[in-house]
Design a protein around this ligand. Structure first.
Ligand code: PEP
Length: 246
């Protein structure tokens, strides 16, 4: 039985004052029946670590360098993130793929770096609207996943995958539960082609305008093992309501 994971992606939002309130409210939310995590801007990792240590909520980052150390101005390595006790690191978010031109291969190297520092990569895949309209959804997610499968094959069971249709991120448009389930099943089959046991244990999250009012039906699908939540993770009540739905 896969334990559901609800992970927040704060993106480039927050301030010391706003985070303090949000983190306090999340902590006060008490135990929920699933795993909870927040992926915060790197500059707030120290604050998040202080606020959440001793709670059941994990924390993590939104990106990582593909390099281990050295002359890479502005980059943050996996070992640095580990210094702040990150449990999770998002890699390959569609905003990184489109605004920073991150390739499938680069995302795979980043996932391997995260594992090397004994954190869990949340590997994001998902198609654009035009790719969906042309019937290329399955091919796109498999293409995005393939280099990751090759790079982390010996530790495949330790990754989390997030299916995030690009057209649903931050738009208020959500994939229907059936649409999402269909792609999740394709992803699980691709994982199974490498390691059947890992495929059964890996959590595949759905992301894209998940909110308290649509979470329950999405999370009821057999291959949807949680959510990667953007906008709704910035309000403790909404984030906790999604967690309750899980
Ligand atoms: C995301 O950025 O990963 C995301 C799913 O955003 P939103 O929930 O706002 O669509």
């Amino acid at each position: 039985m896969r334990k559901k994971l609800i992970a927040g992606n704060w993106k480039m939002n927050g301030s010391l004052a706003a985070n303090a309130t949000l983190l306090d409210n999340l902590r006060a939310g008490g135990a929920v029946g699933c795993e909870l995590a927040v992926c915060v801007p790197a500059v707030y990792l120290s604050q998040t670590q202080s606020a959440l240590t001793g709670s059941s909520i994990a924390w993590g980052a939104q990106d990582v360098s593909e390099h281990e150390s050295g002359a890479y101005t502005g980059e943050i390595s996996a070992t640095m993130l580990k210094d702040f006790a990150c449990g999770y690191v998002i890699v390959g978010h569609s905003e990184r793929r489109s605004y920073h031109r991150e390739s499938d291969e680069l995302v795979a190297i980043k996932a391997a770096q995260v594992l090397k520092s004994n954190m869990t990569p949340i590997v994001c895949v998902g198609e654009t609207l035009s790719e969906r309209e042309q019937g290329h959804t399955d091919a796109v997610v498999i293409r995005q996943l393939q280099p990751v499968l090759a790079a982390v094959s010996s530790r495949l069971s330790e990754i989390v995958v997030a299916y995030e249709p690009v057209w649903a991120i931050g738009t208020g448009k959500t994939a229907t539960p059936d649409m999402a389930q269909q792609v999740h099943a394709v992803i699980r089959a691709a994982l199974a082609s490498v390691d059947v046991h890992a495929a059964n244990t890996i959590r595949i999250l759905y992301g894209g305008s998940m909110k308290p009012d649509n979470a329950k039906e999405l999370l009821a699908m057999s291959d949807i093992d949680g959510g990667l939540i953007g906008g709704a993770s910035l309000k403790a009540a909404d984030f906790l309501a999604i967690a309750s739905a899980a």
